[in-house]
Design a protein around this ligand. Structure first.
Ligand code: HEM
Length: 189
C-alpha cells in the first residue's frame, strides 16, 4: 500500500507498553540500574510540510514513562517523526526535558513508492554530526554528555518496538557508558 507517511504510517495512533526496560546510572543509588517501565505514547499524523521542493509528512508525538506506581513520569519526550518520500529519509527530532535535543535520521527505504517491506529501520545522531546531531545544556556537557544516539524501530501487527542506545560520557566512568532503553508498544487507539 502506498502511504504518504511511508514506513511511519504504521506508527500513527495511541500506544501503550508495560514491558519497557531502562539501563542508566542512578545517582540516587550510585550504581547502574535496570528499571522496568510503563510507557504511553501518542503519534498524530500531519503534512505536508514544504521546504521548497521537499515535501515532508510526519507524526507529532508525545511519550511518557512511569516506574512502579509513581504518579509522575520519570521520563518524557515530545517531538516529530518525519518522512521524505523523495529520498527515503526518516528523521526523528525530539526533546528530553533534561535539556537535550536530538535530530536523528537515516535513509531507510530504497523503493519509496512501496514501503510495505520497510518494517525495520535504524536512525542515528552523533555529537557534532553535520546533519543528525545532539544539543545539550552546559551542566550535561561537563558531567554527562551525550556522544551518540541510535534507535532501531521494528513494526509488527498493531505493535511496534524500539531498541535504543544513548552513549554517555559520564564523570563516574572512564569509558563511554551505554544508556539503553527498549519497549514494545501495542495499539490502544
Ligand atoms: C525511554 C527512554 C529513556 C528513559 C526511560 C531514560 C531514563 C533515564 C534515567 C532513569 C536516568 C538516570 C537518572 C538518575 O538517576 O540520575 C537517565 C539519565 C540520563 N539520560 Fe536518559 N532515559 C531515556 C532516554 C534518553 C535519551 C534518548 C537521552 C539522550 C539522547 C538520554 C539522556 C540521558 C542523560 C544525559 C542522562 C544522565 C543524567 C545525569 O547523569 O545527570 N536519555 N535517563
Amino acid at each position: 500500500m502506498t502511504n504518504e507517511w511511508g514506513p511511519l504510517g504504521a506508527l500513527a495512533g495511541e500506544w501503550e507498553g508495560e514491558g519497557g526496560l531502562d539501563t542508566a546510572f542512578s545517582h540516587a543509588e550510585n550504581k547502574v540500574l535496570g528499571t522496568p517501565y510503563l510507557e504511553k505514547c501518542t503519534l498524530k499524523p500531519f503534512g505536508p510540510v514544504d521546504n521548497g521542493s521537499q515535501h515532508l509528512y510526519g507524526l507529532d508525538y508525545r511519550s511518557a514513562m512511569w516506574r512502579g506506581d509513581e504518579e509522575n513520569p520519570f521520563h518524557t519526550e515530545v517531538g516529530y517523526w518525519l518522512w521524505d518520500a523523495a529520498t527515503g529519509e526518516v528523521m526523528r527530532g525530539f526533546v528530553v526535558p533534561r535539556g537535550i535535543t536530538v535530530l536523528a535520521g537515516g535513509t531507510v527505504a530504497t523503493d519509496t513508492t512501496d514501503t510495505t517491506d520497510t518494517t525495520e529501520f535504524t536512525l542515528k545522531a552523533a555529537q557534532g554530526g553535520a546533519q543528525y546531531n545532539i544539543g545539550e545544556n552546559l551542566y550535561l556537557a561537563k558531567n554527562a554528555s551525550t556522544l551518540s544516539y541510535e534507535v532501531t524501530v521494528t513494526v509488527g501487527d498493531d505493535t511496534w518496538s524500539y531498541d535504543e542506545t544513548t552513549m554517555l560520557r559520564m564523570n563516574e566512568f572512564d569509558e563511554p557508558f551505554a544508556h539503553t532503553d527498549h519497549n514494545t508498544l501495542r495499539r490502544v487507539g
